[in-house]
Design a protein around this ligand. Structure first.
Ligand SMILES: Cc1ncc(COP(=O)(O)O)c(C=O)c1O
Length: 412
């Protein structure tokens, strides 16, 4: 019984409007190809469980460190820790050498990476006795990485050097070598999957340059927004190892939970080496019972439960099968587009299919994302996700072929 009695449902006319909205959304769910969201999230069991357990009527907020133990407020820290443990293992972090938190999205994860990296490097600079000018870190990121990184450099007032990218979207290592300052700490953000072309920056080549130029301290943050969901599950060890912390030695990474991990609302995952948060400020927040490493205070406690539901209903085998499926569908889409004469580009182990931009009606019908490139021209892309199948691909390709025929563009 509520203390103040209120309606459970909105008035009839409002409900009818909302129902029409729902019908419209569900009717278009599979024509969403330009953005890396899964439209088969398979979460009805979770929502049913929330209703059955009455958790749907509870407010559940996690704050601060999910690894804290002394806490009276309602929280789901235990399940957040389990999600982080599963993902940290998938990224090859040693069992007892990681820290992490669920974030409000990929950008928030990058914000933790850039902020933690800056603090880590400033601490290293102090230990090395560098002057305040020489101790200031420089942020390096490629022009093809997600715009959030550049914006975060601006917000956090870190000098940011944009590194050129090759036409296929990978960081230009020669340009990195030229721009890398040997005298100031380096905060390198590495795109493991650029947003538009899906290129993977070459960590080994970046490492080689860092070893040659030898800046006084280095922090490596990986933006693995979409790719972080599936690279750990690919068959080919060479690609799997890209996200193996033990093998690559990166300091932190940020994943978007609402991309391959198929959460239906923004959520992210930030994971770093356990030592990294020790370099943050040491002031305490008394009302929260201690030192708080996270930037934002509150986050959804339901995210942890939903992600845990997803992880346990899918399992390692499910993630492997989903990964194999998206890679197979990508190959099929690339092949079919080329067969009908559409110029198409796909990076290794990427599910982002870039193509010469189709007619506007196709772009709108399938909610494609558009871009422009000085070398490749006007482009649009499709990101192949779990809901793609042969029929959807065929419908899309035939639609494109039809518009090309109308315009007399088909190359037979
Ligand atoms: C590579 C990359 N990083 C970060 C982001 C930002 O993620 P979010 O939208 O979860 O903030 C995106 C979003 O598309 C992305 O593609």
């Amino acid at each position: 019984m509520k203390s103040v009695s209120l309606n459970t449902f909105p008035p009839k006319e409002v409900l009818s409007e909302l129902n029409q909205f729902a019908e419209r959304i569900v009717g278009r769910e599979f024509h969403q190809m330009g953005y890396p969201f899964d439209q088969e999230v398979n979460l009805h069991g979770f929502y049913q469980w929330l209703i059955e357990t009455k958790l749907c009527d509870v407010t559940l907020i996690n704050v601060g460190d999910p690894f804290k133990t002394e806490w009276d407020m309602l929280e789901s820290d235990e399940f957040e820790r389990r999600c982080l443990g599963f993902l940290a293992r998938s990224f090859g972090f040693p069992e007892d050498d990681f820290w992490g938190v669920l974030t409000n999205g990929g950008t928030d994860g990058n914000m933790h990476g850039v902020y933690f990296g800056r603090k880590y490097l400033e601490d290293a600079a102090r230990s090395l006795g560098l002057s305040s000018e020489k101790g200031k870190p420089i942020l390096y990121v490629s022009s093809e990485a997600h715009y959030s990184v550049r914006k975060l450099g601006d917000i956090l007032q870190i000098e940011t050097r944009m590194i050129d990218a090759h036409p296929m979207g990978q960081m230009d290592i020669d340009d990195f070598r030229v721009k890398l300052d040997p005298e100031r700490p380096a905060l390198v953000v590495i795109a493991i999957g650029g947003t538009f072309k899906g290129a993977i920056d070459d960590q080994e080549a970046i490492e080689k340059v860092l070893n040659e130029v030898r800046p006084p301290a280095v922090y490596r943050h990986l933006d693995v927004a979409l790719f972080g969901g599936y690279l750990p599950w690919v068959d080919d060890e060479k690609f799997r190892n890209i996200l193996n912390q033990k093998a690559r030695g990166f300091d932190s990474l940020a994943v978007s939970g609402h991309k391959f991990l198929a959460m239906n609302e923004p959520v992210g995952i930030f994971i770093c080496r356990k030592d990294v948060p020790n370099h943050l400020h040491s002031y305490s927040v008394p009302y929260l019972n201690g030192v708080i490493p996270t930037i934002s205070c509150s986050r959804s406690g339901f995210d942890a439960l939903k992600l845990y539901w997803r992880i346990t209903t899918t399992g390692e085998d499910g993630f492997r099968r989903e990964t194999a499926h998206v890679l197979k569908m990508t190959e099929l889409l690339e092949k079919r587009l080329k067969e009908v004469g559409v110029k198409t580009w796909v990076n290794p182990c990427s599910t982002t299919v870039c193509m010469e931009r189709p007619a506007p009606e196709i772009v709108h019908k399938y909610a494609m994302a558009c871009g422009e490139d000085p070398v490749l021209g006007k482009l649009a892309h499709v990101v192949v996700m779990q809901f793609f199948n042969e029929e959807l691909i065929e419908e899309f390709v035939l639609d494109i072929e039809q518009t090309m025929k109308v315009k007399g563009e088909r190359i037979d």
